[in-house]
Design a protein around this ligand. Structure first.
Ligand SMILES: Nc1ncnc2c1ncn2[C@@H]1O[C@H](COP(=O)(O)OP(=O)(O)OP(=O)(O)O)[C@@H](O)[C@H]1O
Length: 256
């Protein structure tokens, strides 16, 4: 299997915060990679850097062997839907259409007939076609997540990046989203930031544990030692090793 993503010696900082330190990572074609780690560990920063939205201070990122500045259409991005402004007066269909536009300034541009057909197929596949005229504020969390996945699929990506796709969804809806991702994974590589440890044992093919540095990258089998290193405190694992986590007493908490 060839590498679809190669990250070499990447450092990223915001003014005086070092968010990523010397990240080296290879992702193979058709992998389903989960990036896990504590809050503020640099997961979103890593996604933004892969997308080319943030420029590393040093190091290099290649997508299919090319600089990520030249990769429009190869990567689809699904942002954290909880951060999406649900009050924005835009319909489901218009959000999906935005995915076809290279320059998002032309937000309500008309699609070519072929694109129109493709948008329709994507919406039907994700079961959102029936409410395509609905304003996005009228959707449930799971429906909105499917709309954002549809938007990301418009470019026909080879890699799909998702930032916490199941955060604040109930377990039934989470399973629906993972089911969709599993199907998509037959055609594309998936890289997902998640705090959902349950997904790791059931759905993903590999994991990367990130807390400013990359502590582990490999099979989705976490040991207590790796988790403690990444999360910076001891962690108990209950039920199948990783589906739950409980923080022991914590020095900072004790002093609080
Ligand atoms: N725009 C910014 N300006 C300054 N510092 C930032 C900015 N964005 C992120 N940071 C800092 O960079 C570090 C990494 O943040 P990032 O959002 O990548 O973490 P994360 O792992 O995605 O966190 P979470 O799980 O809470 O979403 C944090 O210390 C954060 O405060």
């Amino acid at each position: 299997m060839r590498n679809v993503l190669e990250i070499d010696g990447v450092n990223v900082s915001y003014e005086n915060v070092e968010a990523l330190s010397n990240i080296n990572l290879r992702v193979k074609e058709n992998d389903f990679l989960a990036i896990i780690g504590p809050n503020g560990g640099g997961k979103s920063t890593l996604l933004k850097t892969i997308l080319g939205l943030l420029k590393p201070d040093s190091g290099e990122i290649k997508i299919f062997g090319q600089s990520n500045a030249k990769t429009f259409g190869l990567i689809g991005y699904v942002p954290q839907f909880s951060k999406f402004n649900k009050n924005f007066p835009i319909s489901v269909k218009d959000v999906v259409i935005m995915g076809f536009l290279k320059n998002n300034n032309k937000m309500f541009a008309k699609l070519k007939p072929l694109e129109e057909k493709k948008a329709e197929t994507i919406m039907k596949n994700l079961n959102i076609f029936e409410f395509k005229e609905r304003q996005i504020g009228q959707l449930s969390g799971g429906q909105l997540q499917r709309v954002l996945i549809a938007r990301a699929l418009a470019v026909g990506p080879k890699i799909l990046l998702l930032d916490e796709p199941t955060a604040s969804l109930d377990s039934n809806v989470k399973s629906q989203i993972y089911h969709i991702l599993k199907e998509l994974n037959e055609k594309m590589t998936i890289i997902m930031v998640t705090h959902d440890m349950g997904a790791i044992s059931s759905y993903v093919k590999s994991i990367a544990c990130l807390n400013r540095k990359l502590f582990y990258h490999g099979a989705p089998k976490l040991t207590k030692d790796i988790l403690s290193q990444v999360y910076g405190c001891p962690i108990d694992m209950i039920a199948h090793g990783i589906s739950h986590r409980v923080f022991h007493e914590h020095k900072e908490d004790q002093n609080a």
